[in-house]
Ligand binder design. Structure first.
Ligand code: BGC
Length: 757
């Protein structure tokens, strides 16, 4: 194939090559018929297919052909289930085949920096390991069907406010450890066909023109061999972006970029080999797409709907279940009240380019009716109007009346479409006032209240979080979400999801609060690596529900944590085993999380970081041993001094738990780093810095000796220890002035020479 591509490049004219660097239309690439170069089709988007048959747009305005709407990435992430993500990806791949789509524009791997980002529902997590592993599984699933993916939005696209112009100011270590790490996992492990560059700037440079991101990191470091495609309309100066490594400009915008590229090559501004490289990347994917396309294939809509229900069931997170109010025991109930317009008019996806036209849509109300059986009466009230935040007292009165006459009330509340969408951010994390007032009214007459939340990102639960008996985090569950909620309410499915992002008490608690969404077209990521639980845990701050948290109808016991070695070399890594047992009465699934803590480090590091996880299903009384492998990167941080990942020799805690705040088992191991970090010293280096280095320590001894020999100190008020402590922050240059000539410029120069050898 590579030979054929090279031959084709020889035969293409300059104009043809330039034309292959941009789309032919909104969703298709350029064909060159005389050389049998095909055109392929790309469409959105992460949780199902949005193939437009009529008018095209990238904001979800025009209708698309029917496709299965699976849970959004924010919900799927709560499943912590890589197998499931793969199955969902596989189903989307099948639908793409049936609709003659060659590349699906997803997944979105951006980190949730703030709960306000309007597009958080399209993203997985505040943690790059969770986001990266689930996205990689999804990519593998789609691509197993011979359909490509586009990992987006590369990179650091964490807000919608000024998303096309904002300049993200972020330091290298934060970039690597938090914002690129998820992309890196997907690129290295799942080999996506394409990566989509983001609209925003990173440290002053548009992503579309960011050579370091698009070429040096993505290709040279991570080994990416696919196509870098622009987000729709992200290219400014085509030649600059081509030089930086952006292969394909989308959508097609006519021949002006073609002319610009030709002029740059003819005028010697751009080497033709850069153009050839982009064309080579594109041709590879175009031919692969066409070769893998299965003309005339179909898919089973019913089976995909069933998968959407199964997936939704795995995503639901049970946050509170006081006195085991759930699952509903039909034998003990005569009547339940279902309240909230979302029960009959579901919100199941977000707005914008990912908006899907579902093949069918289940409502929670209908599904509750079908599971309730003939002996359980189900009352209903709207409680609020979805289209407005205004409080309608008559609807609240009706809700109160229905709730009062029932044994238990299930309330559906959450965020209407207008609250979260591509294109803009939320301004607060509260529920609409009408929803909050309705909850209060129902709680005033009913002691058994279950709240089902429908939302693409966290909402504050103040003040009602304490008052209600149970809280189900439903997220945006896709077209079969209504059935999945009913399944969990009645215990047909034991909830097994866990939070993929922390739920804070209030917006002002969030790590980016003082620097979101930025000013004057710049946003500073001043919280650094302390994003999500990395921040809350380092501060020991109370949160409403921590990262990784979720309840079950059964209970799990963790025991026998063991590590293969207590002393390890970073490159070899270590195997971690733990036994998990179902100690309750229901079949259930547990998500076991492995965190690593660097006990002492020369850099400020989070209290703990997620490094591995596994979801395991267990019958009552059953136990299983889970095995995890931790390697070099699991102990490393990104060290600016060497522009590379680095493990500092020392002790590390291996923490195994149910959530970031519920660590049940711990082992401490000694890790030896194989990379040597050699500090260089100069006249401004302090005594304290010298003390960190074995050679430097010797020099300190020498310096103290000199100082002592010249000291006339008689006073007992300053002991040797105090002297050392005080000297810790003294730069070498100042020592000269205290030594009365014993430590002079000559000695300093000599010392620096020895130390820096
Ligand atoms: C979005 C992308 C999407 C593209 C095409 C853009 O506005 O940011 O995520 O894939 O449009 O619809």
């Amino acid at each position: 194939m590579e030979r054929k591509i090279d031959e084709l490049i020889q035969q293409l004219t300059l104009e043809e090559k330039a034309s292959l660097c941009g789309g032919a239309s909104f969703w298709t690439t350029q064909a060159i018929e005389r050389l049998d170069i095909p055109s392929i089709m790309m469409t959105d988007g992460p949780h199902g297919l949005r193939k437009q048959s009529g008018e095209s747009d990238h904001l979800g305005l025009n209708q698309a052909v029917p496709a299965t709407c699976f849970p959004t990435a924010s919900a799927l992430a709560c499943s912590w289930d890589v197998e499931l993500a793969g199955k969902v990806g596989g189903a989307i791949g099948e639908e793409a085949q049936a609709e003659n789509v060659h590349i699906v524009l997803g997944p979105g791997v951006n980190i949730k920096r703030s709960p306000l980002c309007g597009r958080n529902f399209e993203y997985y997590s505040e943690d790059p390991v969770l986001a990266g592993d689930l996205a990689a599984a999804w990519v593998n699933g789609v691509q197993s069907q011979g359909v490509g993916t586009s990992v987006k939005h590369y990179a650091v696209n964490n807000q919608e406010y000024q998303r096309m112009s904002i300049d993200v100011q972020v330091d290298e270590r934060t970039l690597r450890e938090i914002y690129l790490a998820g992309f890196e996992r997907v690129v290295k492990t799942a080999l996506p066909w394409t990566v989509m560059c983001a609209y925003n700037k990173v440290n002053g440079i548009l992503c579309a023109e960011h050579k370091e991101l698009l070429s040096e990191i993505l290709r040279d470091e991570w080994g990416f061999e696919g196509v870098v495609v622009s987000d729709w309309g992200a290219v400014d100066v085509r030649v600059n972006s081509l030089k930086a490594g952006l292969d394909l400009q989308m959508p097609g915008i006519g021949d002006s970029p073609v002319k610009a590229i030709m002029a740059a090559v003819n005028g010697g501004e751009m080497d033709e080999t850069a153009l050839d490289d982009a064309v080579r990347n594109s041709l590879r994917i175009l031919f692969r797409a066409v070769e893998k396309h299965r003309e005339g294939s179909t898919y089973d809509q019913k089976a995909h709907h069933a998968l959407a229900r199964e997936a939704a069931g795995e995503c639901i997170v049970l946050l509170k279940n006081q006195d085991d109010i759930l699952p509903l025991e039909k034998a003990n109930l005569k009547k339940i009240a279902v309240i909230g317009a979302f029960a009959k008019t579901p919100r199941y996806q977000g707005g914008g380019s990912s908006h899907i036209n579902p093949t069918q849509l289940d409502t929670a109300y209908d599904e509750i009716l079908s599971l309730s059986g003939s002996d359980l009466a189900v009352g209903y009230a709207d409680g609020y109007v979805i289209a407005s935040d205004d409080v309608d007292d008559s609807l609240i009165d009706q809700a109160r009346t229905v709730a009062e006459s029932a044994d238990l009330a299930v309330l559906f509340v959450g965020l209407p479409d207008r609250y979260e969408s591509e294109g803009y951010d939320r301004e607060h994390i509260r529920l609409p006032e009408s929803h909050g007032r309705m909850i209060d009214a129902v709680c005033s007459v009913q002691n058994h209240v279950v709240v089902v939340l429908i939302n693409g990102s966290p909402v504050s639960m103040e003040p009602w979080g304490e008052a209600v008996g149970a809280i189900i985090e439903g997220g945006l569950l896709g077209q079969a979400g209504g059935g999945a909620i009913a399944d969990v309410l009645f215990g047909e499915v034991n909830p097994s999801g866990k939070l993929a992002e922390t739920i804070p008490y209030q917006l002002s608690d969030t790590p980016s609060h003082l620097n979101f969404p930025g000013k004057k077209r710049k946003v500073q990521y001043r919280e650094g690596v302390f994003v999500g639980y990395r921040y809350y845990d380092a501060k020991g701050m109370a949160v409403r529900y921590p990262f990784g948290f979720g309840l079950s109808y059964t209970t799990f016991d963790y025991s026998n944590l063991s590590v293969s070695k207590k002393e390890v070399v970073d490159t070899e890594g270590v195997e971690v085993n733990v036994i998990v047992k179902n100690t309750g009465a229901y079949y259930g699934k547990e998500i076991v999380q492995v965190y690593v803590r660097d006990i002492e480090c020369r850099e400020a590091r989070p209290d703990k970081e997620l490094k591995a996880f596994s979801k395991v299903g267990l019958d009552p009384g059953e136990e299983k041993t889970l095995t995890f492998h931790l390697g070099f990167r699991d102990f490393a941080y990104y060290e600016d001094q060497i522009n590379d990942w680095y493990v500092e020799t020392g002790d590390f805690d291996i923490l195994v738990g149910r959530s970031s705040r519920d660590i049940c088992l711990k082992e401490t191991i000694a890790v030896s780093g194989t990379k040597v970090l050699k500090d260089t010293f100069d006249r401004h280096s302090t005594i304290g810095e010298l003390m960190q280095d074995p050679e430097g320590m010797k020099a300190v001894g020498m310096i103290f000796g000199l100082l002592k020999s010249r000291s006339e100190r008689k006073s007992e008020a300053v002991s040797d220890d105090m002297m050392q402590a005080m000297m810790r922050f003294a730069p070498l240059r100042t020592v000269m002035s205290w030594s009365k000539g014993a430590f002079n410029e000559e000695k300093l120069e000599e010392l620096l020479k020895t130390l820096n050898q």
